[in-house]
Design a protein around this ligand. Structure first.
Ligand SMILES: Nc1nc2c(c(=O)[nH]1)N[C@H]1C(S)=C(S)[C@@H](COP(=O)(O)OP(=O)(O)OC[C@H]3O[C@@H](n4cnc5c(N)ncnc54)[C@H](O)[C@@H]3O)O[C@H]1N2
Ligand code: MOO
Length: 502
């Protein structure tokens, strides 16, 4: 196929998606330790091994009470309590991680070995051991005083003991005897025998039943799908997976990627070049951009413009990888051997030349392999700006798509819970701070920086010296799309922005 420049951007996207889809290995699953799963794509649905929370979890430091122990009429005076207050007698103190069974409500008749279970309605009803307070206000006859309703001092994260159903915060309580103020940290220890029983006094209103308790199974139930296959794993997913004991996670395998940079003028960056040579940089910037979106290349090679060496390097790259990225030697020069070599190796060249700037000589090919998934071949121009912009514009969104199961043939959009990077891979609209004009009838990708203007993130064009000027690219946050049919984009207009990865 001869280098042309009539192919549209839309055709390139369609061809890359088609080639990429055919190079996809749907069976590719690997099991990886959870700590290394961040940013990777989950291969299948994972389910919960227990409820979350696994027990009725106190959400506050304070006391657990049984709401039904209290008479509906309102606070009563009771033994040693001031007027118009609720009083509770402490059975003990419970820290997170302690078995709440021994501190079950005296009236609880269930099995305390299953202390974390959600109390049933009958279990949560007033218990016979807790006598409702019936004494008249002002009465101070200790002998006739009925026992106080029980409570348990409880810390945030502790399992609410069976038979209790409401937590009152320390801030809303006073302790009696008041040798230690309520709400102190560390919480007040049980007094010695001489100090008498600890009572907690609540002068305000008692919160509703269930207050300050995070009920067992409220977030998810045992057996529920906690994470769907196809999800890109973020730090919050790591928390969910860890809580269900998934220390090893099934992940979709990453596409194998080889980068080959070609050119006789190129020397390795660790070499001092002769005056007419340059240090190669594209292979590293391309590898960096791929890695920053979660697709690290397996192999990165430099190769001179020697047809035999190139043929061997490309043959090897096709064999070893699903995506072969070449940079340089795709234009019309006497030493631009790449298209010919690809054709010689049986690669179908689907696109060579796109009506865009930069990146006009872009090449897209597909290598069919008997009995195996195809390989996608991307021939990026050697000019550093063209190489990086084309990679970001076409391959990064296609690779992001590849990691999503079942996305075949559809315009892809990440799921609602997808991380920002999934959305950003596709580009998103932002406002242009300054006008851009461009006359040629080509899709144009000018570099832009980001600036805050009146509280809004805006795009500012960055001037450069063409597609060989990689220095100006280092001052950009990404680039935008100026469609082929536009010669002017006004300041304030919304444009599609493609950020670089980080
Ligand atoms: N007669 C024509 N000449 C050119 C055309 C055309 O249509 N007709 N297209 C121009 C455009 S547009 C581009 S883009 C370049 C792309 O050419 P190649 O892909 O063949 O790239 P090279 O010639 O090999 O290199 C171009 C430029 O980039 C430097 N380079 C190459 N590789 C690297 C690397 N790995 N790291 C850093 N820099 C690299 C190379 O030294 C050259 O300066 O062709 C135009 N010509
Ligand atoms: O299309 Mo080229 O990338 O302008 O130099």
């Amino acid at each position: 196929m001869k280098l042309a420049d009539t192919t549209t951007v839309q055709t390139v996207i369609a061809q890359i998606l088609a080639a990429q889809e055919s190079s996809r290995d749907d069976g590719g699953v690997e099991t990886i330790p959870l700590e290394r799963a961040l940013g990777r794509c989950l291969a299948r649905d994972l389910t919960a091994d227990r409820h979350q929370p696994p027990f009725n979890r106190s959400a506050m430091d304070g006391i657990a009470i049984a709401r039904a122990d209290l008479p509906a009429a309102g606070p009563q005076n009771t033994l040693d309590c001031p007027e118009e207050a609720w009083c509770f007698q402490s059975l003990g103190i419970l820290a997170a991680g302690q078995d709440p069974g021994p501190l079950a409500h005296p009236g609880f008749s269930g099995n305390t070995s299953q202390a974390g279970r959600t109390p049933s309605e009958s279990e949560a009803r007033p218990s016979p051991g807790a006598v409702p307070l019936k004494r008249a206000a002002g009465t101070r006859d200790n002998k006739q005083a009925p026992p106080l309703p029980p409570c348990v001092e409880i810390m945030t994260g502790a399992a609410v003991p069976p038979g209790f159903d409401t937590v009152i915060r320390y801030e809303d309580l006073q302790r009696s005897p008041d040798s230690q103020a309520a709400g102190k940290n560390p919480p007040s220890p049980e007094p010695g025998p001489e100090a008498g029983p600890v009572r907690w006094i609540c002068r305000g209103s008692i919160p509703a039943r269930g207050a300050n308790i995070h009920p067992r199974g409220a977030d998810y139930q045992k057996g529920a799908v906690i994470l769907e296959g196809g999800q890109i794993i973020t730090s919050s997913h790591i928390a969910v997976l860890a809580s269900c004991g998934y220390t090893q996670v099934p992940l979709r395998t990453l596409p194998s990627i080889t980068i080959v940079a070609t050119g006789d003028e190129l020397v390795s960056p660790d070499t001092t070049p002769l005056d007419h040579q340059i240090r190669a940089s594209n292979h590293l910037s391309i590898a960096g951009e791929l890695t920053s979106w979660g697709f690290p290349p397996g192999e990165v090679r430099l190769c001179p413009d020697d047809p035999q060496a190139l043929t061997e390097t490309i043959r090897r790259g096709l064999k070893e990888s699903r995506v072969l990225i070449l940079t340089g030697a795709v234009s019309k020069g006497a030493y631009d051997h790449i298209p010919g070599i690809l054709e010689g190796l049986g690669v179908e060249i689907r696109i060579h030349g796109v009506s865009q700037r930069p990146g006009k000589p872009l090449l897209v090919g597909r290598a069919r392999k008997a009995g195996r998934a195809d390989s996608l071949v991307l021939g990026l121009p050697g000019n550093p700006v063209s190489a990086l912009i084309n990679l970001r514009r076409y391959l990064i969104p296609a690779l992001a798509l590849q990691s999503i199961p079942g996305s075949s043939g559809r315009i892809w959009a990440p799921g609602p819970a997808s991380p920002m990077s999934s959305w950003a891979a596709l580009g998103f609209p932002l406002r242009l701070a300054r006008e851009i004009t461009f006359e040629p009838p080509l899709t144009y990708y000018p570099g832009v920086s980001l600036e805050m203007y009146q509280g809004e993130l805006t795009l500012v064009p960055v001037r450069g010296n063409g597609s060989g000027d990689f220095f100006h690219l280092s001052k950009t946050a990404g680039f935008i799309v100026m469609p082929k049919d536009r010669t002017r984009l006004e300041a304030g207009s919304l444009v599609q922005f493609y950020p670089w990865g980080v």
